[in-house]
Design a protein around this ligand. Structure first.
Ligand code: SAM
Length: 235
């Protein structure tokens, strides 16, 4: 009987500014994704292995969820209120904590691969890198399974002038598009959920935390829409 265990070693690690899970998008995102670089190990001749990779615009990154080592067969995904089998989700908490992400390739210099639009934490172990090949990887007729049944709410945002001024100052000083982040995070649902840093303040008022910013907003449901009024953005 061959040994059932597989021995895999990281080929390198991903480096970026954050180790905090809530600061990382749930899937790769060209606008809100994390920029960083993969540094491959020396003395493995990976320089040669990288040849011609720079002819691709996007890469598959196969990695270990090194900060998600416990798993359960059923998980509560960020969308919807129902637990799902972990194999029917992209949860990090899996029997083998392996992730796959398609990211944009920025540049390759020696053993350093600069990428953007990722959903990876700092120091994520990288197991493999492959080119993204649209004819093989993009299946336009594929469905999204149980996700298709979850109707994303139709959100209508009212943002006060003061908040727009605050948002433009944040963009100028910190380079963060806070309005885009707010819309991205509330897009799934504007209500509290274990995966969303949302606190209920009173009947229709909530507080969303994004990094060190606190956003106060109200939610009013009207027909098929939800009207989100952003009242304040503060540090
Ligand atoms: N696109 C990948 C996939 O589908 O396999 C990852 C999806 S998973 C939902 C993305 C989340 O995993 C991120 O929002 C972050 O919270 C978490 N994450 C990223 N890097 C991680 C790591 N090294 N260890 C544990 N969790 C990580």
């Amino acid at each position: 009987m061959t040994d059932p265990h597989i021995h895999i070693e990281p080929i390198g690690f991903f480096h970026t500014y954050t180790k905090e899970k809530h600061r990382v998008p749930r899937q790769p995102d060209k606008n809100l994704g994390i920029h960083g670089y993969i540094l491959l190990h020396k003395e493995h001749n990976f320089e040669q292995a990288l040849q011609d990779l720079d002819s691709f615009s996007h890469l598959w990154i196969i990695f270990q969820f090194h900060q998600a080592l416990q798993w359960k067969p059923m998980v509560l995904p960020p969308r919807g209120k129902q637990k799902r089998g972990v194999f029917a989700t992209r949860s990090p908490y899996r029997p083998n904590p392996i992730g796959i992400s398609v990211v944009s390739l920025i540049s390759i210099h020696g053993l350093c691969i600069e990428i953007s639009g990722t959903d990876l934490l700092d120091e994520t172990p990288i197991l493999d890198i492959k080119p993204y090949i649209p004819y093989a990887d993009c299946i336009s007729e594929a469905n999204s399974g149980w996700l298709d049944a979850i109707e994303e709410p139709n959100l209508i945002f009212n943002i006060s002038d003061d908040c727009l001024v605050e948002a433009s100052e944040i963009k100028e000083k910190k380079g963060v598009d806070i309005i885009l982040h707010i819309k991205q995070l509330l897009r799934e649902s504007p209500y509290p959920h274990p995966y969303r840093r949302i606190k209920q303040i009173n009947e229709d008022m909530y507080e969303l935390s994004i990094r060190t910013w606190r956003i106060i907003y109200t939610v009013h449901e009207h027909d098929e829409s939800m009207i989100i009024t952003i009242l304040s953005i503060s540090h």
